[in-house]
Ligand binder design. Structure first.
Ligand code: PLP
Length: 373
């Protein structure tokens, strides 16, 4: 019996206004479809160096160890914890949304004693609450927090916590998966020791890589480990040797993903960081205003609202699933629903990277006007 062939892949072009992935520039897709070279080919090695240099500029750091980890943002999160925690270590984690919760789970699985500093979803964690937790637990090895809580739309202030950690032994660990390339992330100025991100949000590159940067203080702490890192794949002491001059084989680099990241970074720097952050801020403000006019109320704490992830309560009478389904099926627009405790109550409207364009806002607002009429 002959088997029926599946059809050629032909996805519908969508406007990706959810919490990620975001729309990808055709230049990134084109770069990803160019011929493979070997992962130890001298040509590829220079692509790697160029990519790391651009990542340093993006993270605003001089950290030598600044590389893309193979895997999505969550692989970056895992890398950030497994390399530094040994069983019994104390870790202080800010938890005000799903990703703080995930950090806490990851640290717990590493055998850490986790001290949670909790706050209501949608609100930031007052920096003094983090610094007080450090004072009460002077043995803590890491203080971890999410910069842009994608589950709630809140933007966490970092500077005060960073300058508190800087003269102390504690390492400051920050998740910038959603913020990097959409608003300021100043790793060196803010005293961040361990910082990871993802390619699929404001970088507008498909999901699959997780840029990470580690300070010298962080490296020194990791070198004092008594035992090997429990994850073979994410062990930075080995991965580092591939990315530095040694070019030691650890795992095969995802070549095409790295092509995509390199092109995505080129696009970021052609626009310029300042202009890019300004675009996200201005269009984020505009989208919030337009949604409020339609009866949506803003969910995240005033004064701390992310530009690239706009969280809103649904107006009365607007049904979550059916309206999002119509947006997708009739208008090809994806918006995100609420997660966890705010499921069914809020939407998360992303304006990340390439998606952050006035015409996308106009499409969404026009579509909502038709649906809600
Ligand atoms: C999306 C996201 C992650 C996880 O990234 P994946 O690419 O889905 O693995 C982690 N932290 C935050 C804040 C995120 O928004």
């Amino acid at each position: 019996m002959e088997k029926q062939m599946v059809g050629e892949l032909n996805p519908t072009p969508r406007i990706l206004m959810g919490p990620g992935p975001s729309n990808v520039h055709y230049r990134v897709l084109r770069a990803m479809s160019t011929p493979l070279v070997g992962h130890l080919d001298p040509e590829f090695l220079s692509f790697m160096d160029e990519t790391c240099n651009m990542l340093r500029d993006l993270f605003q750091t001089k950290n030598r160890l600044t590389i893309p980890v193979s895997g999505t943002g969550s692989a970056g999160m895992e890398t950030a914890f497994v390399n530094f925690i040994e069983p019994g270590d104390t870790v202080i984690i800010g938890v005000n949304g799903l990703f703080g919760e995930r950090m806490s789970d990851v640290a717990d699985r590493c055998g850490a004693k986790v001290i949670r500093v909790e706050e209501e979803w949608g609100r930031i964690i007052e920096p003094e609450r983090m610094t007080q937790a450090i004072k009460r637990n002077p043995e803590a090895k890491i203080c971890a927090i999410v910069h842009a809580e994608t589950s709630t739309g809140a933007q966490q202030p970092l500077e005060e916590i960073g300058s508190f950690c800087k003269p102390r032994e504690i390492l400051f660990l920050v998740d910038t998966v959603t913020s990097l390339a959409g608003c300021e992330v100043k790793v060196d100025d803010w005293g961040i020791d361990i910082c990871y991100s993802g390619t699929q949000k404001c970088l507008s590159v498909p999901p699959g890589l997780s840029p990470i940067t580690i300070s010298q203080k962080g490296m020194d702490v990791s070198h004092l480990r008594k035992k090997k890192v429990q994850s073979w794949y994410l062990d930075l002491t080995m991965i580092e040797r591939y990315w530095n001059e040694e070019r030691f084989y650890h795992h095969t680099a995802p070549i095409s993903m790295l092509y995509g990241l390199r092109e995505g970074l080129r696009i970021v720097f052609e626009e310029g960081l300042g202009a890019r952050f300004q675009r996200h801020q201005a269009l984020g403000d505009q989208l919030k205003m337009e949604l409020e006019k339609l009866g949506y109320r803003l969910f995240a704490q005033e004064g701390y609202r992310l530009p690239m992830l706009n969280s809103v309560y649904l107006p009365k009478g607007v049904e979550d699933l059916s309206v999002r389904k119509r947006l997708l099926n009739e208008y090809n627009i994806e918006v995100g629903g609420g997660l966890g405790q705010v499921k069914g109550k809020i939407w998360r409207v992303g304006l990340m990277g390439e998606t952050c364009r006035i015409q996308n806002i106009e499409c969404l607002i026009g579509a909502l006007k038709e649906i809600l009429a």
